[in-house]
Design a protein around this ligand. Structure first.
Ligand SMILES: Nc1ncnc2c1ncn2[C@@H]1O[C@H](COP(=O)(O)OP(=O)(O)OP(=O)(O)O)[C@@H](O)[C@H]1O
Ligand SMILES: [Mg+2]
Length: 334
């Protein structure tokens, strides 16, 4: 199966008043056709910067690409002009943002926004575009679409706005959908409906999805594979079952430990991960997780571990993977 997207050795920094922030550091991953890949990790680890870089939506400056490639269907997006990117954004890659109000125009009726999206790229007549807009709202299960197309965004509830956003992202039949916390602002029932909807549309349109979320329950439900990011790097990557059943990186284990489970006693505490991620102005030389890792060895502080393959699909970067590391008392060297 050919990959729809291949990110190779991508590094992105921000130039700030205090110096360079190395937000994304040498990450590589790929997305297969019709695959759903979740990107997880604590706040600030670089998930949105990665997502926005694929869409080439980072403000430059302060952001700049330090290196790497983003290959979408065989083409390096970093070599496309702004105009070409606009075309790709409106036809091949769709994005759902965390906050729908930032990408809906508050001064324009919903129907018009969708119609504009359609007309620009499919050369339809006004009436055809109107029909299509209604069809899109139907697809995302907005009730009474004929009436709703004449309303403004503020007349929609949060959940309905999110649906409209998905309709907008979907209107051009994208081959790849990037959803950055698509349901965080919504209550659980609406959340489930919207995710179900995304799956449905994926099924109908054969779309690939990159899903960014803090909710590991959603990850377990929705994704085929998981990428775990920490401090701008990928720490572990694998099939969803591999990550949940056999996490290899101490950071991944802590992330999983911090999630409530049904089999937990009510008085059992959730383990939030102690400490904070490192400063990305001067990223650590060795493993970024060193300061917060209970099992760190001396080498972890000085040398960045490379990736080890556990299976064809599962890899992680941790010195404890090394067979010689097992003979040591964990933690003793720290
Ligand atoms: N405009 C900017 N200027 C400077 N630094 C930035 C800018 N935007 C993002 N960063 C930095 O890049 C890093 C990654 O940010 P990013 O928004 O990708 O995190 P995230 O994983 O999406 O977090 P969250 O889960 O909170 O959404 C952070 O350290 C952040 O401070
Ligand atoms: Mg984010």
């Amino acid at each position: 199966m050919e990959n729809i997207l291949e990110v190779k050795n991508l590094s992105i920094s921000f130039e700030t008043f205090f110096g360079e922030v190395e937000a994304v550091r040498d990450i590589s991953f790929s997305i297969g056709q019709k695959e759903t890949v979740a990107i997880v990790g604590e706040s600030g680890c670089g998930k949105s910067v990665t997502a926005n870089s694929i869409m080439r939506l980072l403000p430059m400056p302060p952001a700049f690409f330090k290196g790497g490639e983003i290959i979408f269907k065989g083409e390096n997006l970093l070599k496309r002009t702004d105009k070409e990117m606009e075309e790709i954004r409106s036809s091949k890659i769709g994005m759902v943002f965390q906050d729908p109000m930032t990408s809906l125009n508050p001064t324009m009726k919903i129907g018009k926004q969708i119609v504009e999206g359609i007309k620009k790229h499919q050369g339809l007549s006004r009436e055809e575009a109107r029909k299509k807009a209604i069809e899109m709202l139907n697809l995302v299960a907005v009730p009474q679409p004929e009436k709703r197309i004449n309303q403004y965004p503020h007349e929609f509830s949060g959940g309905m706005r999110q649906r409209v956003m998905i309709a907008l992202a979907m209107v051009s039949n994208p081959e790849l959908l990037i959803a950055d916390e698509p349901t965080t602002a919504l209550d659980v029932t609406v959340q489930a409906q919207i995710l179900e909807l995304m799956k449905d549309i994926q099924e109908k349109k054969n779309m690939s999805i990159i899903l960014i979320t803090h909710d590991l329950g959603i990850v377990a439900d929705m994704s085929d594979r998981v990428i775990v990011m920490y401090a701008g790097q990928i720490m572990e990557e694998g099939l969803t079952s591999e990550i949940f059943k056999n996490p290899k990186h101490p950071y991944t284990r802590k992330l999983l430990d911090s999630v409530p489970r049904l089999d937990m006693n009510r008085d059992e505490n959730l383990h939030s991960i102690e400490g904070t991620p490192p400063d990305l102005y001067i990223p650590p030389k060795g493993c970024s997780f060193y300061d917060r890792c209970d099992m760190a060895l001396k080498i972890c502080k000085e040398h960045l571990p490379g990736f080890d393959d556990h299976t064809d699909s599962h890899r992680s970067r941790c010195w404890l993977n090394h067979p010689m590391a097992k003979s040591r008392e964990r933690g003793e060297e720290k």
